[in-house]
Design a protein around this ligand. Structure first.
Ligand SMILES: O=c1[nH]c(=O)c2[nH]c(=O)[nH]c2[nH]1
Length: 307
């Protein structure tokens, strides 16, 4: 049976790099998980085993660490752009680079009553606690000409303890769900947004500011939407970002509905007045959608949850 090679890519996945920047005795941390995927003129290695075009995955790993030292890590996006440009422009057989980065945030530990020489005004200059909230993500793709930057976050857990209803839905013979006029709405946000920036000729966005603003608008929309469904809330979150951030053209969400079921306390002679819930972990409703600036083509893949 004749066969041919289809899409292929290779590189070192999940390079964990921690970069400390020492500003006197005040230290700064960047903690990343960097995955490199390269593609191009790689037929021969698959067909015959010739490695003549293969930059070893080990080298791609080393490059991540060397770049962390040589250029530092400003933002995950900036670091990814640097790496992608390097692989595509320095190796002829490599035509495309995709760099995926997860960033883990750390914050300074507050002091008790400053008595060590290492302790500043009200925080330790070299002691950190990892932030327990979301993970920031980015994916940089470069083909030698066009850039695509898709950034976002995952595992951002949010809850509204009121201002959520769900009723008026289709009912068939299998429907048992009771209509809800005051329910808990909770989800674990995975969101990926695509920047309009796509060529070196255009002015690059301020990645850190854009992330902070997109996150803020998303959370505010979640909190401020009186929800008739998680779908409606999702759309509000997305359109709030598109309307307030001109550098972002498209955003895709994957929102698990973290169901909170009222517990029946009647057997114990107790009335449950929307106070005691069972937080179910599965199954969960999974609500996913893309929100776009009118007129732009969608580019974020539908199945982006493991980005
Ligand atoms: O916000 C919701 N959207 C649904 O589509 C749905 N389906 C369901 O059973 N509960 C909910 N809640």
């Amino acid at each position: 049976m004749p066969t041919i090679l289809g899409q292929n890519q290779y590189g070192k996945a999940e390079n964990r790099v921690v970069r400390i920047t020492r500003d006197g005795d005040t230290h700064h941390i960047k903690d990343l998980n960097v995955s490199v995927a390269l593609s191009g003129d790689m037929d021969d290695v698959h067909y015959s085993g010739s490695n003549a075009h293969v930059l070893p995955t080990d080298t791609t790993k080393n490059t991540v660490y060397a770049f962390a030292k040589e250029y530092g890590i400003d933002s995950a996006e900036q670091f990814g752009i640097h790496l992608a440009r390097h692989f595509v422009t320095s190796q002829e057989p490599i035509h495309r680079a995709r760099i995926r980065i997860e960033e883990y945030a750390w914050e300074r530990i507050e002091t008790s009553d400053g008595n060590s020489k290492f302790i500043g005004a009200d925080e330790v200059k070299h002691s950190f606690v990892r932030k327990g909230q979301e993970t920031r993500t980015t994916q940089i793709t470069f083909d030698g000409e066009r850039w695509q930057v898709v950034s976002g976050l995952k595992d951002l857990v949010v809850m509204n303890s009121t201002n959520s209803e769900f009723w008026g839905y289709v009912k068939d013979k299998y429907t048992t769900l009771q209509e809800a006029y005051d329910r808990i709405l909770a989800t674990q946000v995975a969101a990926q947004w695509r920047y309009g920036w796509s060529s070196d000729e255009e002015r690059m966005p301020n990645w850190d500011k854009s992330y902070a603003q997109a996150r803020k608008h998303m959370l505010q929309a979640f909190a401020e939407t009186y929800s008739l469904s998680l779908q409606q809330t999702l759309y509000q979150m997305g359109s709030r970002i598109i309307n307030s951030r001109s550098e972002i053209d498209e955003i895709r969400f994957s929102l698990p509905n973290k169901h909170h079921f009222l517990v029946d306390l009647e057997p114990f002679g107790l009335k449950n007045d929307n106070e005691v819930y069972f937080a179910a972990d599965r199954p969960y409703g999974l609500i996913e959608a893309t929100v776009l600036r009118d007129g732009v083509e969608p580019q974020i893949p539908v199945d982006m949850t493991n980005l």
